[in-house]
Design a binder for this molecule. Structure first.
Ligand code: LLP
Length: 419
């Protein structure tokens, strides 16, 4: 599943000992495995190999250039939601003709940038947006390729903040409106409506909501076909879940097995937009214990990473496995010492700054290193400078070598652009 493994009680990333990297880069830091990243991409790519398909890696999960470049070398495209992400995807060598652009609030500048860069298509989420793209394309003398993002109104059974395919969510167009727009396509003289897009949510562990959504979309596309409208692309979005705790997410093969028969009914080229599935388990956050503080009611393990570095537990209440990076020589950390129940917290001035609450962990002391697992997706990409904390470096391991792929921010970075 990933390449972070304990060998004789010591945590390794591929063939690198985590404790060997820490003193060289300082803590906290993000640590990624190139092998895990590429393996996950390949799993998905292979699962869909029986059909013409395009895997557009979702940059919002982790947009580090080196990571994107590794995926570009594998043939990945990109799913972007801002001109900043588009800029990074192009910089990383992702071909424009494999880039799709989603999001409910694209600005005129972003639309212009995307059209000038000649990306594969924009995924359109509202009628005024469609009008604006038509207008901008006309001004630039271009024909813009677009897909309409539909909202299939299904329950993805995930955290409410990342459910995107229910009718009360801000995303996509209702099937009725989308149908009407396809029928009126001749009016949009500077557009080419080439496909349908749907993204129903994130960290979805079952294929069921996908099947439910796709069944509706297949009916929708067949209906269009009867009306003489033939689509080239079917974008099924991202959202495939990973293991953080005890989840049993569907595998790439299970996912493909459930979806392929439906997709084959409409003979469109399929686009996938996975983020977390590819990069989630390819990264950990390594942090050092500063203090262990015991109060009348709790034990707090205070570490040098904070919610500004990894906000997922604070924002969504999500679980991340946390383990010491080493135990006594030759033993697993858990068999080393007695277990304690503690809150693992950062230095930030908010009670919401925690990585785990009432968590059973081996007794730790100041100076020890902890690994926070499953931090490759929506870790660094959601980090901030809150409390004026320079953001941590990102480090990439390949075999028995590591490289800093983003430097730790300096104090100067904290005031850049300020007057
Ligand atoms: N495509 C679209 C249109 C999206 O909005 C997203 C994610 C993806 C693809 C990729 O989803 P993935 O395969 O990574 O699940 N910050 C949250 C997750 C937010 C997801 C937003 N949209 C978290 O930390 O769980």
């Amino acid at each position: 599943m990933h390449d972070f493994k304990y060998v004789e009680g010591e945590l390794f990333c591929e063939e690198m000992r985590v404790e060997e990297i820490a003193p060289k880069v300082g803590t906290p830091f993000y640590l990624y495995s190139s092998k895990t990243l590429v393996d996950h991409y390949r799993k998905l790519d292979k699962a869909f190999s029986s059909l013409p398909h395009l895997v557009c890696y979702s940059l919002k999960a982790n947009s580090n250039l080196a990571m994107c470049k590794l995926l570009a070398q594998e043939g990945a495209g990109a799913d972007v939601v801002s001109s900043g992400e588009l800029f990074k995807a192009l910089k990383a060598g992702m071909p424009a003709q494999r880039i799709v652009f989603a999001g409910v609030g694209k600005t005129e500048e972003e639309i212009e940038y995307a059209l000038k860069a000649q990306i594969l298509m924009l995924n359109v989420e509202s009628v005024p947006e469609l009008d604006l793209i038509n207008e901008v394309a006309g001004r630039l003398g271009k024909k813009a390729q677009v897909s309409l993002r539909v909202n299939p109104d299904v329950d993805p059974q995930t955290h409410a903040y990342v459910a995107t395919g229910r009718k009360e969510n801000k995303f996509g167009l209702s099937m009725e409106v989308a149908r009407e727009l396809f029928e009126r396509r001749a009016e949009f003289t500077h557009l080419k409506m080439v496909g349908v897009h749907a993204h129903i949510g994130s960290q979805i562990t079952s294929v069921r909501p996908y099947v439910e959504a796709l069944q509706k979309i297949v009916v929708f596309i067949k209906d269009l076909e009867r009306g003489g409208i033939k689509l080239e692309y079917l974008n099924v979005g991202g959202g495939m879940g990973i293991v953080y705790e005890t989840e049993i997410p569907s595998t790439a093969e299970e996912f493909a097995r459930a979806l392929l028969p439906l997709i084959k009914q409409v003979q469109a080229k399929v686009i996938l937009e996975p983020g977390r599935f590819i990069v989630g388990n390819a990264g950990i956050l390594v942090t050092r214990v500063l203090y262990v503080k015991k109060t009348a009611v709790k034990t707090f393990v205070i570490v040098d990473a904070g919610m500004n570095d990894l906000i997922r537990p604070s924002l969504y209440g999500t679980y991340h496995e946390i383990r010491p990076t080493s135990g006594r020589k030759g033993t697993m950390p858990e068999s080393d010492k007695k277990l304690i129940v503690a809150d693992i917290v950062g230095p930030i001035c908010e009670s919401g700054d925690f990585f785990a609450r009432d968590r059973e962990i081996p007794e730790v002391e100041g100076g020890q290193l902890l690994a926070i697992f499953g931090a490759g997706a929506y870790g660094f990409s959601m980090s901030s400078n809150y409390n004026c904390r320079p953001r941590p470096p990102e480090v990439l391991v390949k075999g028995d070598k590591f490289q800093v792929i983003r430097e730790r921010e300096k104090y100067e970075d904290l005031i850049r652009g300020e007057v």
